[in-house]
Design a protein around this ligand. Structure first.
Ligand code: AMP
Ligand code: ZN
Length: 481
């Protein structure tokens, strides 16, 4: 089989680049993780489905993967640009719990969502475990690159070359810069260490040469990336919002720490490639965590959708395109997943054979070319569907080819059951067992040509919000009306 070179879009150079690992045979990836002060919305989860697809693609290409998704449990302020309150402390005060408990609770919820989306296990270091290393880093760069204000230690962005190259524009007032910190030398300067104000205490605070306080958010990722993956590592990912402030600041810290110069050499940034997923958007604003019923994966599940329908929805769009969320779109993704599952079901009793069969060579090459082209999952999905529809071929061979592709897409085609994909809302007035029993009674009635009873059963179910589908082309028998 032909093996296409892996091309990835590097936000730093705004171009497609061929992936060359820093360490032969290995791929080391750092993905900015969640701030665990609240549940994640499904937009956040798009970032991790993307990161996971990248990781799986690197494995498909034969690299041994080390992948970190950090947990921000301290330091992230309500504005990305160092103003406002610490998100963790604010939520702790609001809920009357300790910041540590809040962090543990939402980290667990986040990890549950990752597992539901079939994101492969990764390393999840917590920022609070690296505070000593952050202080050491701060000491290292303080003389040449930082200055102290009453509120803490700040990084002077004019001390490194090419500050803001990743964002392509350094705006004077930045994004959402409310309450600008008094005394900053440049608007874009940011906190390395935030001193606890006189007379106050924080739940999460540590002693440092710059007073008792907490580390800045940007510092965390530089320190955890360097500690766990070593500079330069291969790929750094995050949502597109991080291209503007968080990642330029991380890069500036990395340049300062490593004493490197400008960014014409990408490695000076700490990573060879910086990748960013575009946003999941929703017209009515339900993505915002401040809205009552914000779009969490759990809400999708409560409405009856299997979480992998959401993974499918993500894969149907290229990661660099904006993706608009709609319930219809989610329903369509679910239907597509069901069709694939039905096709795969026929192979469920087979042992996988050797996938290098001529019938699959072209399909596997198409699949490889697609994901190697900056993770073109929309095309990769069509290749998978082609494989599923190949006829008159040894079932084991077919299964092996499909398993290989599914290892990249993560749709669990051989471990999901049809019933897993049924729409089953948490608040339904009818249980699945009742529906199954009604279907059985109706089958019997129809076999007896008792159409009156059959229709009555259908109406009875319709009144409970369940449509029985006689002519359902994919044989799903019922859906919620
Ligand atoms: P946060 O917890 O705010 O730091 O965000 C976690 C991750 O989700 C980051 O990589 C963000 O860039 C990403 N993100 C935030 N909102 C969205 C969205 N609507 N769509 C896709 N990714 C997002
Ligand atoms: Zn980060």
């Amino acid at each position: 089989m032909k093996d296409a070179p892996l091309k990835l879009f590097n936000s730093l150079t705004r171009s497609l680049e061929t992936f060359e690992p820093v360490h032969p045979g290995e791929a080391r990836v750092y993905s900015c993780g969640p701030t665990v002060y609240n549940y994640q919305h499904i937009g956040n989860m798009r970032a991790y489905v993307f990161a996971d697809t990248l990781g799986r693609t690197l494995q498909w290409k034969g690299y041994k993967l080390t992948h970190v998704i950090n947990i921000t449990d301290v330091g992230h302020l309500t504005s990305d640009a160092d103003e406002g309150e610490d998100k963790m402390e604010r939520m702790a005060a609001r809920e009357g719990k300790s910041a540590w408990d809040i962090a543990a609770f939402y980290q667990e919820d986040f990890e549950r969502d990752l597992a539901r989306l079939n994101v492969q296990p990764k390393q999840h270091p917590r920022a609070t475990e690296f505070v000593d290393a952050m202080i050491a880093w701060g000491k290292n760069i303080a003389d040449k690159h930082c200055y102290e204000l009453d509120s803490g230690l700040y990084f002077d962005v004019s001390t490194v070359d090419d500050y803001g190259r990743l964002a392509r524009a350094v705006t004077e007032d930045g994004e959402g810069r409310i309450d600008t910190v008094e005394g900053k030398r440049n608007a874009a300067d940011f906190a390395i260490w935030r001193k606890t104000p006189e007379g106050e205490t924080r739940q999460m605070e540590w002693d440092s040469p710059w007073g008792r306080g907490a580390p800045g958010w940007h510092l965390e990722c530089s320190v955890m990336g360097e500690n766990l993956l070593g500079f330069p590592f291969d790929i750094h990912t995050g949502g597109i919002d991080h291209r503007e402030i968080h990642h330029p600041n991380e890069i500036a810290q990395n340049q300062a720490y490593c004493c490197t110069n400008g960014l014409d050499n990408a490695e000076n940034s700490g990573a060879r490639i910086w990748m960013h997923n575009n946003f999941l958007v929703e017209r009515s604003g339900k993505m915002s965590k401040s809205s009552g019923e914000f779009l969490r994966l759990q809400l999708l599940i409560d409405k009856g959708y299997h979480p992998l329908a959401y993974r499918m929805m993500c894969l149907q769009a290229h990661y660099r395109s904006e993706l608009e969320f709609s319930w219809e779109g989610l329903g369509a993704a679910l239907t597509r997943l069901k069709r694939m599952l039905i096709a795969a079901e026929r192979l469920s009793d087979t042992q996988p054979g050797d996938p290098s069969h001529p019938k699959f060579t072209a399909i596997l090459e198409k699949f490889d070319a697609a994901i190697s082209d900056d993770l073109n999952t929309p095309i990769a999905l069509t290749a998978l569907e082609e494989a599923l529809s190949v006829k008159k071929v040894d079932a084991g061979v077919k299964r092996a080819a499909i398993e290989r592709m599914d290892a990249v897409l993560g749709l669990k085609l051989f471990s999901l059951a049809r019933t897993d994909l049924r729409l089953r809302p948490a608040d339904a007035s009818v249980t699945e067992a009742e529906i199954e029993a009604a279907i059985e009674r109706r089958k019997t009635a129809r076999a007896d040509k008792d159409f009156a009873t059959s229709d009555a059963i259908r109406d009875e179910m319709a009144a409970k919000g369940v449509d029985l589908m006689d002519g359902d082309p994919i044989g799903w028998e019922w859906k919620l009306g």
